[in-house]
Design a protein around this ligand. Sequence first.
Ligand code: ADP
Ligand code: MG
Length: 322
Amino acid sequence: MLSEFDLIKQYFQRQRPARANTVLGIGDDCALLAPSPGRQLAVSSDMLVEGRHFFAGADPVTLGHKCLAVNLSDLAAMGATPLGFTLALALPAADPAWLEGFSNGLFALADAFDCELVGGDTTKGPLNICITIFGEINPGQALRRDAAQAGDDIWISGTLGDARLALAAYLNELTLAGDDRARASARLHAPAPRVALGRALAEGGLAHAALDISDGLVGDLGHILAASKAGATLDLDALPAGPVLARQPQALRRRFTAAGGDDYELCFTAPAVQRNAILAAGAACATAVTRVGTIDSAPGLRLVDGAGAPLDLQLRGWDHFS
Ligand code: ADP
Ligand code: MG
């Protein structure tokens, strides 16, 4: 049987030189991080609970990827550069096969983003994974939710809705052909955090406000509107549907792009003068960027079709408690 400390040593403590910003990693009471001089720390936590955020028996490799990806996505949405993260893990049992897969998925993504595991906590209990991530950013450059201005364009990175489409297939709300199901599932299980784009928007001073879309665009954009005391007009037919969703009927396309979930794309607002610079930044990080609406001074969210005609759709974001 693996003891708690064997488990940490074997699966989470890696024998390799720490990155420059990590003064002390796993093994002491605290990790010591050294942000670059003059930079601010950006900190965020995200918890994944079995039966709530993922199905019981979910593949541990993709779980390892996803729990870090959603945290990196929060740094991306502020425009911050990843430094390191901690991992608090409740496990029903010390299962070597599960730990091997989980740590492989986790570290593959951590290495891709040069973001080191610096500490954590391990306990027995129902499967629950909580990561706290640390990043750094120049003072005044963070893409805050309260910074949208009337007249700003609203932009979306990548595509929306394929993750929600995969979930619908799992829940037997609809059926997808084998290939389509696999492609949509990849979006659900392995989101690609838009760290490079977020950094380019913040460091270049290109965008005003941003957030990452986790609970559906309409609900999440509402957070920017509330914080910025503004309204918006959103063109539902301009929303970039994922390649699988793009071949579904219009009503489903509109619903899952506007109010899907688990997209982990960026929604950001920017003045019209930055349009070309934003297209260039998207091209430089190989991430599509699409203009989907405008920020208005009048409060409220107006949904319109491609011709600008109002759409009366009841769409809402995901809420765990309603
Ligand atoms: P403490 O008694 O201070 O809570 P622990 O005995 O829980 O410390 O952990 C010992 C060391 O292992 C600490 O440095 C802690 O950060 C690290 N650690 C514990 N669990 C994990 C984990 N799941 N991933 C990474 N590091 C961990
Ligand atoms: Mg502890």
